[in-house]
Design a protein around this ligand. Structure first.
Ligand code: SF4
Length: 433
């Protein structure tokens, strides 16, 4: 068995191979310390990783072929049919967008050429942050800063469910960049129903749980802001949390040398959740008048942070951009693909989903072209299905991390499944448009 590093040519699929320092594409943390063993076309996570990573890397390959109307065709025939549908469309919609940097660049180019709309499947959740950024701004940190400097973590979402190694890699690390024996950390869980099991180990000091309905976190943070300003609270409990608990949390914030409030936008899934993000971000600003404190937004699963970053640097706007007029136009309400489908304003959906089996296209009767993972679940047979490789398994690529400050290189693990790269399929489609 040989060890392979990034940049080395892949061994033949028939040979066994172990890859070290593999970047995982299956959530926005982009852990880059996995060891993956390959035997033939079967992959297994042999070091680090988590259940989500195992589910992603180890799922068996299925024999998927390009299809048109459910019939197996050549890749060229599938591309030709996709081109015909896009050409015929009055307003093509490019959704899902679970792809790598190259795939996203290609879809932006096609959307521009075909005067379509781009919208990631998780734009609604990401929009909770974007609204705050646009209206009042925020003060955010990075995974690396939090890992090495923070002494207080306030966890305001079920982080462990979305990012299973966040605590292991960012909170519970025994050493930091600045000390072999750094001080213990306090972890405060603010919300309800979270998995708190990962907040353990020698680095962890106090673990505090403040139970309140997740949709009322904003009220508790608002109470913290009220007390911070020296004003009285209007009641003895706020969102079911006793005033004494809120005072204790404020005291812990004041005592912290580097506090961080962490949330996951898809975990704040209730109406007007952007107002909760707003309260958190304003509280962070209040604290920063006299001390260091920061927000840390996670998320970015299914290539969401990659799609958002590429869209911003290509068009100048966040996602939900239309090229219908020949120039990019941003509107988070008008260009939401679910709404465009419901109102039949779009007549062709092109759906990219190259990481997991679960990011399925929405149930719709409009013409649908899917560039999907080999085992993508489909509620109905699309007009065109083209199986594509998973970046980080079947081909190299790059993905932006959830804190949007770095993109990580992805590896070809050499299983040689014969799956096309999304960017190559899109380039062929664009060339024929
Ligand atoms: S936490 Fe996320 S990036 Fe890290 S191994 Fe698990 S799924 Fe992959």
């Amino acid at each position: 068995m040989s060890a392979s590093q990034a940049g080395a040519p892949s061994a033949p699929a028939s040979a066994a191979q172990t890859h070290a320092h593999v970047t995982c594409p299956f959530c926005g943390l982009r852990c880059d310390d996995l060891e993956i063993a390959r035997s033939g076309q079967a992959l297994s996570v042999t070091r680090n990783g988590c259940d989500k990573a195992k589910a992603g890397f180890e799922r068996p390959l299925t024999a998927a072929q390009p299809r048109v109307g459910g019939k197996t065709v050549s890749l060229g025939e599938a591309i030709a049919e996709a081109v015909a549908l896009i050409k015929k469309a009055k307003l093509p919609a490019y959704g899902g967008l679970a792809t790598d940097v190259d795939g996203m660049r290609a879809i932006m180019s096609i959307a521009d050429k075909s005067r379509g709309v781009v919208d990631h499947a998780f734009s609604e959740a990401q929009g909770r942050n974007i609204k705050v950024l646009q209206t009042s701004g925020y003060f955010m940190t990075t995974l690396t800063e939090a890992r090495n400097r923070a002494d207080l973590f306030i966890i305001a979402s079920d982080v462990h469910r979305f990012h299973p190694r966040f605590f292991e890699r960012i909170v519970c690390n025994e050493k930091s960049m600045f000390a072999d024996d750094p001080p213990k950390r306090t972890v405060v869980f603010l919300g309800e129903g979270y998995d708190t099991s990962a907040a353990t180990g020698t680095r962890i000091g106090d673990v505090v749980t403040i139970n309140c309905p997740t949709h009322r976190i904003g009220e508790v943070v608002s109470a913290l802001r009220t007390l911070k300003k020296g004003a009285p609270l209007p009641a003895d409990t706020i969102a079911g949390v006793a005033k004494a608990q809120i005072e204790d949390l404020l005291a812990r914030c004041h005592k912290a040398e580097y506090g961080v409030i962490v949330w996951v936008p898809p975990g704040l899934d209730f109406p007007n959740a952007d107002l909760t993000v707003h309260q958190i971000c304003e509280f962070v600003k209040d604290l920063n008048v006299t001390q260091r404190f920061a927000g840390l937004s996670l998320g970015g699963n299914e290539g969401a942070s990659t799609a958002a970053s590429v869209c911003a640097w290509q068009s100048g706007y966040p996602l939900r951009v239309s090229f219908e007029t020949g120039a990019p136009h941003y509107d988070p309400e008008l260009y939401a693909i679910p709404a465009l489908i419901a109102s039949k304003q779009t007549d062709c959906l092109v759906w990219l989903s190259s990481f997991t089996a679960d990011l399925s296209p929405p149930a719709t009767d409009i013409a649908t072209v899917v560039l999907g993972s080999h085992d993508l679940k489909l509620a109905r047979e699309p007009e065109v299905f083209i199986p594509v490789g998973t970046p980080g398994i079947d081909h190299r690529g790059q993905l932006v991390r959830c804190d949007s400050v770095v993109s990580l290189p992805l590896r070809d693990l050499g299983r040689d499944a014969g799956l096309a790269r999304t960017v190559d399929v899109l380039a062929a489609i664009e060339a024929a448009l």
